[in-house]
Design a protein around this ligand. Structure first.
Ligand code: SF4
Ligand SMILES: [Zn+2]
Length: 632
């Protein structure tokens, strides 16, 4: 029997058994291969055989089955396809003792990390990285019409500004599928980070001067604006979010202005520990207050912030780590939208390795680390998303520290055993729930939206859905300089998780609204006034404005224009959330609402009456006219 026939037999047998979830699919595949006494084929091979069978009309197309076969199905569960690119090797002003340095790589990345290895193979060329990733996603049947674009590598704002704009321009050109103005980096530009900081800077300024030798930064910016406009209106791969990674001491009104020009919507911001003693000991090179200042400025411009927290650093204990983590959600200077928990690991090329060898540092025992993270998970509020637990560092590179690569799954199992649950946003997203409308037991009623809109039952009625209505919940919390409203459409899950409010076990959509405090009335803000003014001087369009900082509807990502009844995207939840946000904005006396929208989602807001002003989508809200005023 040929491989092709073998794969077709496997997929036909799987279809017969009709798995209803990804886990069930994997299990069925294993059993079928055991029965057929054959090794398990890759998802890609299986998918290809399935597609051939569909073409030959031997089986019917089944979107759910296709999803199960995708290599990394989870990547599009949140409603977007993720594309990650790395910047070229370059110095960073930080001297963090745990940060690895590899000559060919940008600071803090290892060539053995999967995404980093891909970038290295493409000489960190942004055009190539974007193009190759889109191709790969397409080949494994992932929709790629909406892209969340993450740029990693060292500290973004430390790279020369011209390089930053060039990198973004080339990325947009790749997403737009336009080959013009192609200037791949020359081999000389692929140099490593070795040598002193000043040497690196000197070398790099000569490199960047040679980029677009005939183009000035202004030329690049103008070109970028054209590409952004094309991406907004015509592109097949719309960049709906742009995420940049940086240090708090590099956040200024000036850098915020440039990042908005680039289309940035979210910042990955390293803090690691809200404790100045630890920051000093680990040579972070900034203080806790500098982090809070950065957070404040970013929020005042409507950005989302993903805070990086690192337990198990030198100078801490499990107890102190938990205390510090809890402080992130009690101190109004923090309260991040997302958090990445990266337990400290020792890599040979980092100075911490020496500390390990000389016994100056010893990670705490694994068991204690797990217990601390479980406590952190249970202390995470619903508005925050734990976007990562551990970094993708291959185990052989880790000299000490956590080596469990599937820590998240391990902890989830442990927490379930103890009847504990994590109520963070990620764990409640409809796509990450084990029991979601597409794979719940039969016989349950379909959930409904606030306005009576009903989610359709799943295919053939064989898989049931949730038993309660989808309701709107509004959480309100204070941060420095403003009040945050977290609006979410949620329903009761069937997973019987613990938690104070079971009606919110599954999140279908959410919106983050910021109502800034009136500068004139807030004593708290007196010292902040100048800094706020400097932001509005740079971005006058957001003066006196409230912000929609994020709007997200979950579900398997659909190609724009196609229709799948099972998914929560495009079901009007987003629109309802925006209407609710407008209502709250008006109730708070604001007449202007600005959306920090990704370039590729501007069209969505245009339909809701928002217009582009500067780099934001803005709507002037009509004052509610009272009955008495109408009679007069
Ligand atoms: S700021 Fe980040 S990239 Fe720079 S040295 Fe510290 S950990 Fe490494
Ligand atoms: Zn969680």
């Amino acid at each position: 029997m040929t491989n092709k026939e073998n794969f077709e037999n496997i997929i036909l047998e799987i279809i017969k058994r009709n798995p209803s979830s990804k886990a069930e699919f994997d299990d069925t595949r294993r059993k079928v291969c055991g029965k057929l006494k054959t090794t398990q084929p890759s998802n890609r091979d299986l998918l290809q055989s399935y597609q051939n069978l569909v073409k030959k009309k031997r089986v019917k197309a089944d979107k759910q089955l296709e999803f199960f076969m995708r290599k990394a199905g989870i990547r599009t569960l949140s409603g977007v396809a993720i594309v990650t690119s790395l910047t070229k090797p370059y110095a960073c002003p930080g001297k963090c003792i745990y940060c690895p340095s590899e000559a060919r790589m940008p600071k803090s990345y290892l060539s053995s990390e999967p995404a980093a290895a891909r970038a290295l193979g493409l000489a960190f060329d942004p055009y190539e990285q974007m193009t190759k990733r889109i191709d790969m996603l397409k080949k494994s049947s992932h929709p790629t019409d909406k892209i969340e674009y993450i740029i990693k590598g060292g500290s973004w704002n430390f790279y020369p500004l011209k390089y930053q704009y060039w990198f973004i321009l080339r990325s947009f050109q790749a997403a737009n599928g336009r080959r013009r103005h192609c200037h791949p980096e020359r081999p000389a530009e692929r140099q490593g980070v070795e040598g002193s900081l000043s040497e690196a800077q000197k070398r790099d300024s000569s490199i960047t001067d040679s980029f677009h030798s005939s183009s000035t930064r202004n030329d690049i910016v103008k070109e970028l604006q054209k590409e952004q406009s094309y991406n907004d209106k015509k592109a097949r791969h719309k960049i709906i979010g742009l995420i940049l990674e940086t240090r708090p001491d590099l956040i200024t009104p000036e850098s915020i202005y440039h990042m908005r020009q680039m289309g940035c919507t979210r910042i990955e911001l390293g803090l690691q520990a809200p404790d100045d003693k630890i920051l000093k000991l680990t040579k972070r090179g900034h203080t806790v207050q500098q982090f809070k200042d950065a957070m404040f400025l970013l929020r005042q411009a409507g950005f989302k912030v993903d805070l990086h927290f690192m337990p198990d650093l030198p100078g801490t204990t499990p107890k102190h780590d938990v205390e510090m983590y809890k402080m992130l959600f009690s101190d109004p200077g923090f309260k991040p939208d997302m958090v990445k928990i990266y337990p400290c690991t020792v890599i040979k090329s980092a100075p911490l390795y020496k500390w390990l060898k000389t016994k100056k540092y010893k990670p705490y025992p694994e068991k204690k680390l797990f217990e601390a993270i479980i406590e952190m998970k249970t202390a995470t509020p619903r508005y925050c998303r734990i976007s990562r637990l551990i970094r993708d560092i291959p185990t052989p590179d880790i000299e000490a520290g956590n080596m469990i690569t599937n820590l998240r799954e391990y902890l989830a199992t442990e927490m379930k055993k103890r009847g504990l649950s994590c109520e963070c946003l990620r764990c409640r997203e409809v796509g990450h729930q084990a029991n979601t409308p597409s794979d719940l037991p039969a016989g349950r009623q379909a959930p409904t939206l606030l306005g009576g809109e009903r989610l359709p039952p799943s295919k053939g009625g064989t898989r049931g859905v949730l038993s309660t209505k989808v309701k709107l919940f509004i959480d309100k919390y204070e941060t420095i300089g403003g009040t945050e409203y977290f609006l979410s459409f949620c329903a009761r899950g069937a997973s019987a998780l613990g938690g104070e409010d079971k009606k919110r076990e599954v999140v279908f959509a959410f919106l983050r609204l910021r109502i800034p405090k009136e500068l004139s009335t807030s004593p708290l803000l007196y010292k902040e006034r100048d800094r706020v003014r400097s932001i509005t001087d740079k971005l006058p369009e957001i003066k006196n404005s409230a912000f929609i900082r994020e709007l997200h509807t979950y579900g398997q990502l659909l190609n724009i224009g196609t229709h799948s009844k099972k998914d929560s995207q495009h079901k009007g939840m987003g629109k309802k959330l925006v209407q609710e946000a407008e209502k709250i904005t008006k109730q708070n006396g604001f007449e202007k609402l600005a959306v920090i929208s990704g370039v590729g989602v501007r069209g969505y807001y245009r339909k809701l009456g928002y217009r582009k002003n500067g780099t934001y989508m803005i709507k002037t809200l009509q004052k509610t006219v009272s009955l008495r005023e109408t009679k007069r």
